[in-house]
Structures are given as structure tokens and as C-alpha cells.
Design a protein around this ligand. Structure first.
Ligand SMILES: C[S@@+](CC[C@H](N)C(=O)[O-])C[C@H]1O[C@@H](n2cnc3c(N)ncnc32)[C@H](O)[C@@H]1O
Length: 323
């Protein structure tokens, strides 16, 4: 099983110490009831990853762990075989001992749109809600954060992270197989909370924003990234059924509506810092994610629209401070 003892030790001395009352049981429950059918294979895979020491690591400019000179070809082949057991790899890219994990998403492009605007992370305690495989958690640590926690119920993503972490040593970055609903209410413990690509999956977006506010210390910074549409303060799209083939997409507000939602939830200093259309260069099928991707979800005759006829994906980054 994943060893969280270092996390439990680290949390004791933080404002999030109260979480320790429930955290161990939540993790136990997440992994065991019911147990994911592939979990034992994944854990065995983690245990049998080849031992390689990274001569250098870069989490600041990209995610690069070691280089090809750190291990023989046959060892690197074994590593690749193991990591491919965790396909599809959606968020990245990662370079690990010369092996390029070319993921579905250019998460590095999103980071470049977000990172220049946020309050510097040096010395901060960071929480990433819906962290996927921890791409942004690692980049946050690369910016000097003291402690980074990610939560995501997707256990395969958690395993991807711990496969990479095996080569990163004892860094204070931890991913938990949990949802935001597993975080105690009113924890008010983190300097920076990320919620990226999550809001439109929530049936109740205002509740999500309120839960995010409650994770933040007073004055702490929310980094929110979500799908938006063009329009005024009262424009919100609720898809009739699917959006880009996804069944679990609920509310896509305009930027003005999103700002108002945040203000109504008590956030201060709300500002939109980036709006970008998602392109088929940023999200596409690769050798590490071979299923359909954005290109297949757009109207072949009018790629500004989804195949359902809705506006194509446009994403905003919004910053706000907890009261
Ligand atoms: C579209 S992905 C975004 C991943 C990443 N944050 C990014 O921006 O690339 C949405 C993520 O939210 C996670 N998720 C789903 N339900 C959640 C919940 N209740 N709490 C936290 N995360 C959740 C999913 O497993 C998925 O990894």
C-alpha cells in the first residue's frame, strides 16, 4: 500500500492537523471499499519498478527526472513496460531517464498560463483539488512550496504519481485517493488551493466554490480554471446531455458570471487572468493515450463547435482570495 507516514507526520505541525482525525480512515476506505480490481496489480508494479538513481531532477522548468545516461537500455525498457501498465497517461508531459511520456494534454501549457499570475508558492502549503496524476503538484513543489497535497479519486492517476515519486526521493508532495468531499469542513489550512478542470464536473458549482473557500486560510489564494463561454453576467450553458461526449459536464458560465459566482461565495479580489481556446495541439491522442481526444469531439465541418453543436472548449483562469 502507499506509505503516507511522512504526510501524517508533516500535517501534525500545520493548520491542517485536524484532518488527521479522519484522514487515515478515509484513505483506508478509498483503497478498500470496494477495492479497485486492478489495485493489487498496480501496487505490485510499483514494488517492482527498477531501482535507478536520478543524477539530476528539474521540476521548475519542466518535469524531468534523470537522463538516459542514468541507466542501461534494458533497465529503461523495463521502466517503460511498467509505466505503460498505467496507460492512459492524460496529464504531463514527463521525461524520465530519457523516456518521454507524451501525454494527451500539454499540461505544461496550462501551467504557463497560470503560474506567472499566482502569488509565489515559495514556503507555501498548497492543496490541489482534482490533481490527476500530480503534474501541477510537482510543478508547485518546483516553485518552492513547502508542502503540496493533491486529492483525486482516480486511483490510476495516484499510482502514476507514486511511480514517478519513486525516483524523486522524499519530497513533501503527497497525493490522496480522495474527493473534495473527504476534506473536513472549514479546515481553513492552505495558502493556495488549485481547482483546475473540476468546476464543470460539479452538479453544484456554488457548493464547490464554497468548499474551496473553506480549505483556504483567511486571505489565501484560489486558483480556479474551468470551461467558460462567451456572454454577459447572466450567460451560463447547461448542456442538454453531453458536452464533447462527456456525460458529466454541468455548468459553463461566462467569465462575468463566474466572477459573480465567486463574489457571491464571499471571495475577494476576484480577477480573470487568462482566457484561452483549447486547441487540438494542446489536447490530442498520443502513444501514451490512444483513445479519442479533442479532434474527435469537435464538429468535423465546423471545429469551432463541439459535435453536440455547443461552443468549442474555452478555458479561463481566475484568481480570488478567501475572506
Ligand atoms: C478534467 S480533470 C482535471 C485534472 C487537472 N486538475 C488538470 O487541470 O489537468 C478532473 C479531475 O477531477 C477529478 N475528480 C472527480 N471527482 C472529484 C472529486 N469529488 N473531488 C476531487 N477531484 C475529483 C477527476 O478524477 C479528474 O482527475
Amino acid at each position: 500500500m502507499i506509505d503516507y507516514s511522512e504526510l501524517y507526520k508533516a500535517l501534525k505541525n500545520t493548520e491542517a492537523a485536524e484532518w488527521l482525525n479522519t484522514l487515515e480512515q478515509s484513505v483506508e476506505r478509498a483503497f478498500n471499499s470496494p477495492r479497485h480490481g486492478d489495485l493489487d496489480n498496480w501496487l505490485a508494479m510499483l514494488d517492482s519498478l527498477p531501482a535507478i538513481k536520478a543524477a539530476s531532477i528539474d521540476l521548475t522548468h519542466e518535469i524531468r527526472i534523470g537522463s538516459e545516461t542514468d541507466a542501461e537500455q534494458n533497465v529503461r525498457d523495463k521502466l517503460e513496460q511498467h509505466l505503460r501498465m498505467l496507460m492512459p497517461w492524460r496529464k504531463g508531459p514527463f521525461s524520465i531517464f530519457g523516456l518521454d511520456i507524451n501525454t494527451e494534454w500539454h499540461s505544461d501549457w496550462k501551467w504557463d498560463r497560470v503560474q506567472p499570475h499566482i502569488t509565489p508558492l515559495k514556503g507555501k502549503h498548497v492543496l490541489d483539488i482534482g490533481c490527476g496524476n500530480g503534474y501541477y503538484a510537482l510543478r508547485s513543489y518546483g516553485q518552492g512550496a513547502d508542502l503540496v497535497l493533491g486529492v483525486d479519486p482516480g486511483q490510476k492517476y495516484i499510482m502514476q504519481f507514486y511511480a514517478l515519486k519513486k525516483y524523486l526521493g522524499d519530497i513533501p508532495v503527497h497525493l490522496l485517493p480522495l474527493g473534495i468531499e473527504d476534506i473536513p469542513p472549514s479546515l481553513k489550512a492552505f495558502d493556495t488551493v488549485f481547482s483546475m478542470g473540476v468546476l464543470y464536473h460539479r452538479r453544484s458549482p456554488l457548493e464547490h466554490l464554497s468548499e474551496l473557500r473553506e480549505c483556504l486560510k483567511p486571505g489565501g489564494e484560489l486558483v480556479l480554471e474551468t470551461l467558460v463561454i462567451e456572454g454577459g453576467v447572466n450567460s451560463v450553458l447547461l448542456p442538454r446531455d453531453r458536452y464533447q461526449q462527456m456525460r458529466n459536464v454541468w455548468f459553463l458560465p461566462s467569465c462575468d458570471a463566474l466572477v459573480l459566482w465567486l463574489q457571491r461565495c464571499g471571495f475577494k479580489n476576484v480577477r480573470v487572468v487568462d482566457v484561452s481556446k483549447t486547441t487540438t495541439d494542446e489536447q490530442r491522442a498520443t502513444d501514451w493515450m490512444t483513445f479519442d481526444s479533442l479532434e474527435n469531439f469537435l464538429d468535423a465541418n465546423d471545429p469551432t463547435k463541439t459535435i453536440e453543436g455547443y461552443p468549442g472548449p474555452m478555458r479561463a483562469v481566475v484568481l480570488a482570495n478567501a475572506p
